[in-house]
Unconditional design. Sequence first.
Lengths: 198, 198
Amino acid sequence: MIRRNDPIEALIDLMARLPGLGPRSARRVVLHLIRKRAQLLRPLADAIQAVADSAQECLNCGNVGTSKICDLCESESRANGMLCVVEEVSDLWAMERAAVFKGRYHVLGGTLSALDGVGPDELRIPRLIDRIDAENITEVVLALNATIDGQTTAHYIADQLEGRVALSSLAQGVPIGGELDYLDEGTITAAMNARKRF
Amino acid sequence: MIRRNDPIEALIDLMARLPGLGPRSARRVVLHLIRKRAQLLRPLADAIQAVADSAQECLNCGNVGTSKICDLCESESRANGMLCVVEEVSDLWAMERAAVFKGRYHVLGGTLSALDGVGPDELRIPRLIDRIDAENITEVVLALNATIDGQTTAHYIADQLEGRVALSSLAQGVPIGGELDYLDEGTITAAMNARKRF
């Protein structure tokens, strides 16, 4: 139906490599794009080009933005002495959607993993340590994922910063709207141990 | 974290409008693209541009390709008097993956629907009728979806072509690998009624 070096086939192949898409959904997306050429295909081509031209990692915190130093690091109001450490940019964005933290962030870019050969130098940890003094940080919130790798990394960072800043981590417990019947034993244990007076 | 008129935010908004993606998966895709700038982001920008510049509907059958008349309609070996009628381009591609049909196709572009105001003229049905004589069609295979709308449309087309060509439709029955316990009653009934000697 379609030749091997066809532009449509080439686009399907690329789309199928995006996370969460496979060959089937890539075909669906591409047909939809072709059908909505004016509203979607051309704007998407321009938008991707604009991101390719402008997106960059913040040299300070690792966030993704369109300038060398991101808006969060530029903002004076966020220089309140608090630094929230997250694994990935997506975690930073999730924290910002919650809009509960008003300080600055530090994106590690993953977790420590002896198996995958990921050490502190691969993880923007030296830069984190530099920032403590450079930005007069007084409290570091370790907002790493509640996974084994995330918690191992949190412990490593806590060891490095011990005595230099106040350290905290996100509370563990029952998620809002969560039903006990669907929670794992670890979460229930953590919630029970951290129970509060009613 | 990100300004309203930021190119990254604009790309996430567009991506979230693709079928099967939402805001969450769009953010994931965009972060992945930025991380894989050389391997994925720039090639994707080029590929989308190429499709925007070249993709078009075949004037004859409605397939999507890169020329005014698609390869299938151009191919002389496919002028075997058989014409397979499908609802959408994705159905044509699915048929071609099965590689079982060697004739030509006709893409209706949907199904008849009184409710949505879709009549025969919206559906490339006049063009289908023209093609019967113009391409010496002897058999029309109605490969419409086994839905109410698909079957209504198949019956309408059958009425129009009655007496002019041989008409057939895809067999209905148990899908290969299908388990009876997971099939609906309609499929089991159709399979029983069309049972074959073992």
